[in-house]
Design a protein around this ligand. Structure first.
Ligand SMILES: C[S@@+](CC[C@H](N)C(=O)[O-])C[C@H]1O[C@@H](n2cnc3c(N)ncnc32)[C@H](O)[C@@H]1O
Length: 203
């Protein structure tokens, strides 16, 4: 629970209507709160859990249960993994989308605006694409799209332009630099509400 407190735990487990002999998938293991609750209801069944974060894999390692298998992978590969484990179909799939409290509360992960951390924001740290790389390498049009489409930032075009102007003199490495560039775009007291959108765009 200190890794992540699962949301709507009771409701989501009820909605799964678990058959004790069924086959279930937790697509986003995190700290395993949902997985644990599923395992408590499974008797002859099976649970396969996915997470692309190695920190979640460490948490999964603490859970020894004969009906449980953890896959360190993006759930977009779910079908392939299930096939590999000889599973034809699942009785239920749970996906608790987003980031975990552990990810957001760990300054080195770079997900939070409240820490002065590196511009990383990778869930899967085996991939090379960090937030810093996006900010330093994407062209202005791509940045506009990323911020507008994924971050739902209203002034995405202006923000993209400010980012490109800044990096012409100094590359982005830590989130403080990004926040400095964005400061003039979020005047008044709205920063707490607006800044997370820029970060979500890069996530
Ligand atoms: C909100 S947390 C899940 C918390 C979990 N339900 C629990 O009870 O602790 C989301 C988790 O999903 C993982 N995740 C997000 N997108 C993913 C993806 N496409 N493939 C695999 N894991 C993903 C994140 O790394 C994170 O650990």
């Amino acid at each position: 629970m200190s890794y992540h407190k699962p949301v709507l735990l009771k409701e989501s487990i009820e909605a799964l209507n678990i058959n004790p002999n069924g086959m279930y998938v937790d697509a986003t293991f995190g700290g395993g709160g949902h997985s644990l609750a599923i395992l408590e209801k499974i008797k002859g069944g099976r649970l396969i859990a996915f997470d692309q974060d190695e920190d979640a894999q460490l948490e999964a390692g603490k859970l020894s249960h004969r009906s449980f298998t953890f896959c360190l992978a993006n759930f977009k590969h779910l079908k392939r993994y299930l096939k590999h484990h000889g599973i034809e179909k699942a009785d239920g799939i749970l996906a608790d989308l987003g980031i975990s409290s552990h990810q957001i509360d760990t300054p080195q992960r770079g997900f939070a605006t409240r820490f002065d951390g590196p511009l990383d924001m990778r869930m899967d740290r085996n991939t090379p694409l960090t937030a810093a790389r996006i900010l330093n390498e994407y062209d202005e049009r791509e940045l506009h799209k990323v911020l507008g489409m994924y971050g739902e930032v209203r002034n995405a075009r202006t923000a993209a332009h400010a980012i490109v102007q800044h990096r012409a003199t100094k590359e982005f490495t830590v989130n403080r630099e990004l926040l400095e560039v964005l400061k003039p775009l979020a005047p008044g007291g709205k920063k707490q509400n607006i800044w997370p959108r820029y970060f979500r765009g890069c996530e």
